[in-house]
Design a protein around this ligand. Structure first.
Ligand SMILES: *[C@@H]1O[C@H](CO)[C@@H](O)[C@H](O)[C@H]1NC(C)=O
Ligand SMILES: *[C@@H]1O[C@H](CO)[C@@H](O)[C@H](O)[C@H]1NC(C)=O
Ligand SMILES: *[C@@H]1O[C@H](CO)[C@@H](O)[C@H](O)[C@H]1NC(C)=O
Ligand SMILES: *[C@@H]1O[C@H](CO)[C@@H](O)[C@H](O)[C@H]1NC(C)=O
Ligand SMILES: *[C@@H]1O[C@H](CO)[C@@H](O)[C@H](O)[C@H]1NC(C)=O
Ligand SMILES: *[C@@H]1O[C@H](CO)[C@@H](O)[C@H](O)[C@H]1NC(C)=O
Ligand SMILES: *[C@@H]1O[C@H](CO)[C@@H](O)[C@H](O)[C@H]1NC(C)=O
Length: 470
């Protein structure tokens, strides 16, 4: 009686182990159609004379068939020792004693009523444990919406550790904008995995429940054993909310969005584009008024201004380097006396937030110089989203008119237009165009007064308001 119970328990335990693989860490989506239930691992390792199982974790299928190097299951002893494990609904093959001859490509073919799909697992049966780690799976680059869920997976066969106190490990790290690797943030959680068949196979999920701007960028899966380090990168890119982008005016006719943008730019420029002369002076009067008010500011206010190292962070990408270094930076710093912090950005906008967020804390305002012509509408949207997520919403200097959007508008026109509407845009025309500088300076905080405020007050107040009008 007790013997029977014991046998039942042991059998139950080993069944649960092997069947468990395809029910652990499955994707949490609700769809019922045929699909993988977890990341399909294409490479598997086993050891001679040891237990080994391989899997094809799927749901919504009617049948699964297996092939080894094109030969259909069941296999004769000369082909493979692996047998089906029916309790796992044919998703698992296993052998108690693997042999070198079991090495090969195992393909599962699964079908529902209408579709058939396959997955191939390359199984390598090794003679003995390896020294260096071997990669088995790493997620591909991902495109994730803000607020969406992120899940990355990495799995590897680690080497046998020579030293008891130097255990092998596998973990995720974030690659910072400056190229160094850092720890994950508290919202980026790691879930470590192990296998029941081979204890040298370890893995790790990196999960983020709600993706925010900080989560974009590159992650590295670091596998470490016996002083050998294996690194694999995955980059998480922005994805705009594609499907919901179908707006009422996305029918394909020319969009009013160009007009909208020009309107927004004109708004930022206040009345600069108006033909009437006296209106053209308005922004400069506003600026002069602000400067006068600043001169009356309290010492406490002045101290607050000086708390930050810089007044303006100016960022730009390679195409605009010449213009920014040659005209924008010197004019802001020398003519208008801003304390300027210069930060070049990579052309791809995916990581702008992380590049800028640290530097932004040292500055009172941000100016982002953008050449829309080098970007697709999607990239432009990404760029604006990354900038908008910063703690200080930047002033965006547009070096060209925004591109015409017609075909692409379907996908992202609407979100782009609303993003542009919410941004502070200033259109660049020419280095000597005063209206541009006035608009830019109106959008920025005033630079601190250089001289001792007590003396400066009397001497410079008239000159100051005049300079503003020059
Ligand atoms: C289910 O979710 C996973 C990851 O969350 C994803 O890779 C997969 O494509 C999803 N499947 C469907 C049909 O949405
Ligand atoms: C799955 O469906 C349930 C109930 O319909 C819902 O509450 C849950 O949010 C869904 N989960 C996902 C990941 O869509
Ligand atoms: C079969 O699976 C495919 C792919 O997952 C799915 O698109 C299709 O709707 C499924 N067919 C049926 C009848 O469930
Ligand atoms: C599982 O495999 C057995 C043996 O090859 C086969 O008879 C059975 O139909 C398969 N079941 C499924 C659901 O594929
Ligand atoms: C398995 O497939 C890979 C790539 O498709 C191929 O290079 C390799 O030779 C195959 N192995 C066998 C034993 O057929
Ligand atoms: C790289 O950036 C991170 C955060 O952005 C910072 O903590 C780290 O000190 C930087 N490292 C170097 C070498 O600049
Ligand atoms: C991973 O990314 C970092 C930073 O982006 C880069 O320096 C490194 O060369 C990349 N490594 C690989 C293997 O692509």
């Amino acid at each position: 009686m007790w013997a029977l119970v014991a046998v039942a328990v042991v059998a139950g335990a080993s069944c649960a182990d092997t069947a468990g693989y395809c029910s652990d860490n499955i994707f949490k989506n609700n769809s019922t159609w045929m699909q993988f239930t977890k990341e399909p691992v294409p490479l598997e390792y086993g050891f001679e004379d040891k237990f080994k199982s391989i899997h094809c974790c799927v749901k919504g299928y009617r049948s699964i068939e297996w092939f080894k190097d094109g030969v259909a299951y069941p296999w004769s002893a000369g082909v493979s020792n692996l047998i089906l494990y029916p309790e796992a609904a044919n998703q698992t093959l296993y052998t108690r004693r693997a042999a070198r001859a079991d090495t090969g490509n195992y393909t599962c073919r699964f079908s529902n009523e209408t579709h058939t799909d396959t997955h191939t697992v390359r199984l390598d049966i090794l003679e003995k444990q390896t020294d260096a780690p071997r990669k088995m799976f790493i997620s591909k680059d991902q495109w994730v919406e803000e607020g969406g869920e992120l899940r990355l997976y990495c799995e590897a066969l680690i080497g046998r550790s020579y030293l008891a106190d130097a255990p092998s490990e596998l973990r995720w790290r974030k690659v910072w904008a400056n190229g160094t690797e850092g720890d994950l943030s508290p919202t980026q959680t790691e879930i470590k995995t192990s296998r029941d068949d081979i204890e040298d196979i370890i893995g790790s999920y990196l999960e983020v429940k709600r993706v925010t701007s900080q989560d974009y960028g590159t992650y590295v899966c670091l596998v470490h054993s016996n002083d050998v380090v294996l690194k694999n990168n995955v980059t998480v890119h922005y994805r705009h909310g594609g499907i919901d982008g179908y707006g009422p005016w996305c029918g394909g006719s020319a969009l009013p969005w160009r007009a909208l943008v020009l309107g927004a730019a004109a708004g930022a420029l206040l009345l600069v584009s108006a033909a009437v002369l006296h209106k053209r002076c308005m922004p400069r009067l506003l600026l002069a008024a602000r400067q006068a008010r600043a001169r009356a500011a309290t010492p406490a206010h002045r101290a607050r201004v000086l708390e930050k190292e810089f007044d303006v962070l100016v960022c730009w990408t390679a195409v605009d380097g010449e213009l920014v270094r040659g005209a924008l930076l010197p004019t802001l710093a020398l003519k208008y006396k801003y304390r300027v912090h210069a930060v070049p950005l990579p052309t791809q906008p995916d990581t702008w937030y992380s590049e800028l967020v640290g530097e932004a804390t040292r500055c009172r305002s941000i100016v982002a110089v953008l050449s829309p012509a080098q970007y697709s509408p999607h990239q432009l949207l990404t760029a604006l989203r990354q900038l908008k997520a910063l703690p200080l919403p930047p002033v965006v200097v547009l070096l060209q008119d925004l591109p015409k959007l017609k075909r692409e508008a379907k996908e992202c026109g609407e979100s782009l237009v609303s993003m542009l509407r919410g941004s502070r845009l200033v259109a660049w025309r020419h280095v000597h165009e005063r209206a541009f500088w006035t608009a830019l300076r109106l959008a920025l905080p005033l630079p601190p007064e250089k001289t001792n405020p007590m003396e400066a007050d009397n001497k410079n107040s008239r000159a100051g308001s005049l300079t503003a009008l020059v």
